[in-house]
Write a protein that binds this ligand. Structure first.
Ligand code: ADP
Ligand code: MG
Length: 362
């Protein structure tokens, strides 16, 4: 479903955006005497084009990473998909509905988690918020209890459900945010930075759960994250946006093939051979490997291993490997794929991958 050239057909898409755009009008701030008051009465607007032109289609059951540098327009897109924001241009259809026009009906089909905004009532235990949501979505009690029992097991919520939200850790709270967004059994869920600020263990719990949701339940998931491990572990397909337009839509494997041409062979030598004084000087080796193929680089890693970077289109892996093992007493050798983190950084350009989100967000 997710490979290039296999975009969902018009009819089978569950989420479809066509030329989607959103422009915010922002008052230009006044400076000088009575600045606040003068800004209040000002009609001097500046336009911020948060989403310029976004088109994509997601098939039922897909898990898609929606990526891009800070301020690219990811959260704004998601808000249009949920119906919170009205598009300034283009079209969006989610499960047959125009979200902003049929907000109530749309909200029954979708769940949404914004990593930096809570839908839980701060002073109440999560269980109470869950009960409010049950009533709001008129979920039958037995169904609700069964779902809650399942989530409690999958997300280890036993200790958490009856503690006021304000006493929960971020990881505990995020698990409850997920539950809150899922109790009405939506077919689609939007996760906007659900792992932001979590420790590695909490992240892993979230990932396992998201994977379960997608694989076992077939829930369609659109996931925004700055954590590339999330992407590697969860998303086959990614859509990358920058400055409000789609710059890539395809598989993660295709990104690696297209942009991550360089690979690395790392090897270490048997004890006593080639140590700091063993004569394996990266500079001399660089000359040696350059003779095998253009653009080959050699550097010594912190642990003493030698890393040979090369372009597999210019140097064949077997040739390079053979050269190394026949010439040196190799203890260990690995061939590494292109590093997805480095590749995406490169695609984003100067945008960077800081964890912090846009100023008005979400
Ligand atoms: N309510 C708003 N009013 C004005 N500008 C906004 C608003 N929401 C977002 N923006 C701006 O729109 C751009 C895209 O924001 P956002 O969708 O939050 O990006 P992302 O989620 O990719 O970091 C940013 O420049 C942001 O400052
Ligand atoms: Mg955002």
């Amino acid at each position: 479903m997710s490979a290039i050239g296999e975009r969902p057909m018009e009819s089978e898409a569950i989420i479809r955006a066509e030329g989607l755009a959103k422009t915010f009008k922002v008052l230009r701030k006044k400076t000088g005497p009575l600045a606040g008051l003068r800004t209040l009465f000002s009609t001097d607007y500046r336009e911020v084009r948060a989403v310029a032109d976004v088109s994509f289609a997601v098939a039922p059951g897909e898990l898609v990473g929606y990526l891009g540098p800070n301020g690219a327009g990811k959260s704004t897109t998601i808000k249009m998909l949920t119906g919170i924001l009205v598009p300034s241009g283009g079209r969006v259809v989610v499960d047959g509905l125009a979200p902003h026009r049929e907000r109530a009906r749309n909200s029954r089909n979708i769940g949404v988690v914004f990593g930096q905004r809570s839908q839980l009532v701060y002073d109440l235990p999560p269980r109470d918020t869950f009960e409010l949501l049950r009533k709001m979505y008129t979920v039958p009690r037995a169904r609700h209890e069964a779902n809650l029992a399942r989530f409690t097991r999958l997300l280890a919520l036993d200790e958490i459900l009856d503690r006021p939200v304000r006493l929960l850790s971020l990881g505990e709270r995020m698990r409850c945010e997920l539950v809150a967004s899922l109790l009405h059994e939506p077919r689609i869920i939007y996760l906007d930075e659900p792992t932001i600020g979590l420790d590695p263990v909490a992240k892993e719990t979230m990932r396992a759960f998201i994977r379960e949701l997608n694989r076992e339940r077939g829930t369609t998931i659109l996931l925004t994250t700055h954590d590339l491990t999330d992407i590697e572990k969860l998303c086959k397909r990614v859509i990358i946006i920058d400055k409000g337009t789609v710059i890539y839509d395809g598989t993660l494997a295709e990104i690696k093939r297209r942009y991550g041409r360089r690979r690395t062979i790392t090897f270490s030598l048997l004890d006593g051979a080639g140590g700091p004084d063993g004569g394996l000087d990266p500079e001399r080796l660089a000359g040696e490997f350059a003779a095998i193929g253009d653009g080959t680089t050699v550097e010594r890693r912190e642990d003493g291993a030698l890393a040979v970077g090369f372009d597999p289109q210019r140097v064949a892996v077997p040739d390079l490997t053979r050269h190394i093992v026949t010439r040196y007493p190799v203890a260990d050798l690995t061939v590494e794929e292109a590093d997805i983190e480095a590749i995406i950084r490169e695609i984003y350009g100067a945008g960077g991958l800081e964890v912090a989100d846009g100023p008005d967000n979400p």
